[in-house]
Design a protein around this ligand. Structure first.
Ligand code: SAM
Length: 242
């Protein structure tokens, strides 16, 4: 997967992505990071990339020309271009799975008051938000997305860190987990986890996932129960022949 990032703060992206699991994936060649500084593409002799908004109002707006030229410098056509914006669809695991099917993605990070609408109309295929709040720039949202998508790519996680059992993968939150020691602050690890009975452990984990989701995310739980109901309707238990 190639992540192209268009930003005014390339060091933020480079520093953030070069650490931990994503850093290792870049080093091993599972991920390729191509960060372009929008300022390098401005035709303004003073290096300016922003200006006042027409119609008045506070703040500066990123201008169309440098953004378009930075985007146009990326070789290859038809690459999905994501504009990080509080006005987009809220990012979730299903969207991450969809983006993970692409070979390349372009992330366009706004700053100040955002970006001139005309260049967005010509370049952007997906408007994505990471939540209903306003950040100063699109760099953190782009990193949130790249991190989430990276985890789904072959080779990025070690087998033991598999994403399959994590929250949202089956419509539920993950079950509680424990590591050594068996007792800490007088709290014992649930006995079932020490039993060695894998079937029972799996049943316990599913039960805990359901409980936790019902308590913490009733909205998710309702959707999960509805899916389960539909599945059971389509696959009724077979009646024994007499
Ligand atoms: N004036 C814009 C508005 O009201 O919709 C907000 C601009 S914000 C201060 C600057 C930049 O931060 C945006 O262009 C966008 O790239 C990024 N940004 C801010 N909040 C975001 C969010 N919740 N999700 C994704 N990107 C966000």
């Amino acid at each position: 997967m190639v992540f192209h990032v268009l930003t005014l703060f390339p060091e933020m992206i480079e520093n953030g992505m070069q650490t931990s699991i994503t850093g290792r994936a870049i080093e091993k060649g599972f991920l390729h990071l191509d960060v372009r500084n929008i300022r390098d593409y401005t035709q303004d002799k003073h290096g300016k990339v922003d200006d006042y908004t027409y119609g008045g109002g506070a703040g500066m707006l990123m201008q169309a020309q440098p953004v378009y030229d930075a985007w146009d410098s990326i070789p290859g056509k038809g690459i999905r271009t994501i504009y990080l914006t509080p006005q987009g669809r809220t990012f979730d695991q299903m969207m991450a799975e969809d983006f993970a099917k692409e070979e390349e993605l372009i992330f366009l990070c706004g700053h100040y008051e955002g970006i001139d609408e005309r260049v967005l109309e010509e370049t952007v295929t997906d408007y994505v938000s990471i939540g209903d709040y306003v950040l100063t720039g699109g760099e953190l949202p782009a990193m949130v997305m790249m991190d989430t998508i990276s985890r789904l790519l072959p080779g990025v996680l070690h087998n033991e860190d598999s994403a399959d059992t994590e929250s949202f993968q089956n419509g539920l939150l993950e079950y509680p987990q424990y590591s050594r020691p068996e007792e800490w602050h007088e709290k014992k690890v649930p006995a079932i986890l020490l039993s060695g009975d894998h079937k029972k452990v799996d049943e316990w984990r599913l039960e805990q996932s359901e409980l936790r989701t019902r308590e913490r995310r009733p909205d998710l739980y309702e959707a999960y129960m509805e899916q389960k109901r539909l599945y059971e309707e389509m696959h009724p238990p077979k009646r024994r022949k007499r």
